[in-house]
Ligand binder design. Structure first.
Ligand SMILES: *[C@@H]1O[C@H](CO)[C@@H](O)[C@H](O)[C@H]1NC(C)=O
Ligand SMILES: *[C@@H]1O[C@H](CO)[C@@H](O)[C@H](O)[C@H]1NC(C)=O
Ligand SMILES: *[C@@H]1O[C@H](CO)[C@@H](O)[C@H](O)[C@H]1NC(C)=O
Ligand SMILES: *[C@@H]1O[C@H](CO)[C@@H](O)[C@H](O)[C@H]1NC(C)=O
Ligand SMILES: *[C@@H]1O[C@H](CO)[C@@H](O)[C@H](O)[C@H]1NC(C)=O
Ligand SMILES: *[C@@H]1O[C@H](CO)[C@@H](O)[C@H](O)[C@H]1NC(C)=O
Ligand SMILES: *[C@@H]1O[C@H](CO)[C@@H](O)[C@H](O)[C@H]1NC(C)=O
Ligand SMILES: *[C@@H]1O[C@H](CO)[C@@H](O)[C@H](O)[C@H]1NC(C)=O
Ligand SMILES: *[C@@H]1O[C@H](CO)[C@@H](O)[C@H](O)[C@H]1NC(C)=O
Length: 288
């Protein structure tokens, strides 16, 4: 008896087709495309970028959250919020924080901040390690104590300077100078790195130290610990694995919750069906 007629009775042919088809679909969707797409990348300079951040044009948007979109500009990683652009100097994935500098410090010859930054409608928070650094503009009187001059913001009649308020406010004579200025612009600075040399620096060097923000997003360490890469797709956290997306970690063995067809289950079920029918035929054939 030839193998083809043995294999493909009318019932059997159908289940072979189902088996082949579901296997193809399963493989097409589970080849780890998203896992590959979300490999950490960088802009040239700066840290490696991965969830919850993603680089637009380099990684797919599902590799992170919309608010964490990074643009590479001249090989530096830029993040925009509060109508400003920031360069990311470092990302500390372990404690959900990152160090950034207002791009104005590098792009503008003066580099003095024009306004307070706002973290409203962002997933970011100021870390307590930052100190406040205040810029006073358009002052009509000059301070006598120690301040950081901001000469590029001066004109003939107005004077500008910067200071760390907690230290400077101990000097009484500063109060009269400050009260002659516009409302100050406050800049967070991560001074922990270099607190002793602050007095020997100028305001641009201080701004270049950057400031620390932390972020709120689902912790990736369980997914990453199972060799997965985190992402965000269809408004849900996803753990992308080599065998396709999972809901929490690569070890959870479950198909992703919301999918209409649980493809792995379907594949296995149809394989089982195929085997049953196959054996039924073999048995009936040998009895015949
Ligand atoms: C980025 O990742 C690569 C590969 O894991 C590593 O060799 C490199 O040191 C990392 N770069 C930074 C800035 O952490
Ligand atoms: C951030 O701003 C820069 C300059 O305006 C722009 O080129 C870039 O596309 C912006 N990035 C995002 C994610 O909006
Ligand atoms: C993320 O989870 C890991 C393991 O559960 C924990 O050690 C780590 O502190 C968490 N990170 C943050 C920033 O919550
Ligand atoms: C996170 O860890 C880095 C490196 O250890 C550290 O410099 C930074 O201050 C930490 N961030 C917070 C918010 O503690
Ligand atoms: C961010 O830092 C602030 C100040 O240190 C802290 O109160 C807050 O809990 C931190 N948020 C996260 C998500 O780590
Ligand atoms: C300082 O005064 C000038 C001219 O009056 C004005 O254009 C500028 O916006 C003022 N600066 C600040 C920070 O208020
Ligand atoms: C900026 O923030 C500081 C401190 O929060 C505040 O005193 C100041 O009035 C603000 N400046 C402006 C121009 O809103
Ligand atoms: C600390 O300040 C000194 C002197 O200004 C500088 O040489 C050094 O690079 C700074 N270190 C850091 C970590 O910023
Ligand atoms: C601050 O110091 C640096 C290095 O000495 C210098 O390049 C920069 O022009 C200075 N900035 C200002 C505003 O004086």
């Amino acid at each position: 008896m030839n193998l083809q007629s043995f294999m493909c009775g009318a019932h059997c042919r159908q289940s072979v087709l189902v088996f082949v088809f579901t296997n193809l679909v399963y493989q097409a969707l589970s080849d780890g495309t998203q896992y590959e797409a979300c490999v950490p990348r960088n802009c040239g300079y700066g840290p490696n970028i991965s969830y919850p951040f993603w680089i637009s044009g380099v990684q797919e948007s599902y590799c992170g959250y919309p608010n964490f979109e990074i643009t590479c500009i001249e090989m530096y990683p830029f993040l925009n919020f509060s109508d400003s652009e920031f360069i990311i100097k470092d990302i500390f994935y372990a404690n959900h924080s990152f160090l950034l500098v207002n791009a104005l410090v590098y792009q503008d010859s003066c580099g003095a901040p024009p306004r307070n930054i706002s973290l409203e409608r962002t997933p970011f928070n100021l870390c307590s390690a930052n100190a406040d650094f205040f810029f006073y503009y358009n002052c009509t009187s000059k301070p006598t104590g120690f301040t950081y001059p901001v000469d590029c913001a001066n004109d003939y009649t107005h004077n500008s300077f910067a200071l760390f308020p907690d230290k400077a406010f101990q000097e009484m004579d500063l109060y009269s100078a400050i009260s002659s200025c516009d409302s100050p612009v406050s800049v967070p600075v991560d001074v922990n790195a270099n607190i002793t040399s602050l007095a020997s620096m100028n305001y641009t060097e201080i701004l270049e130290m950057g400031f620390l923000l932390n972020w709120t997003a689902i912790n990736c360490s369980n997914c990453e610990g199972s060799e997965g890469r985190c992402g965000f797709e269809n408004n849900k956290f996803v753990c992308f694995c080599q065998d396709g997306p999972h809901s929490q970690t690569c070890n959870d063995g479950k198909c992703i919750a919301e999918s209409i067809l649980c493809l792995r289950f379907l594949t296995e079920a149809s394989y089982l069906l195929f085997c049953m029918i196959f054996h039924l035929y073999v048995r009936r054939d040998s009895v015949d």
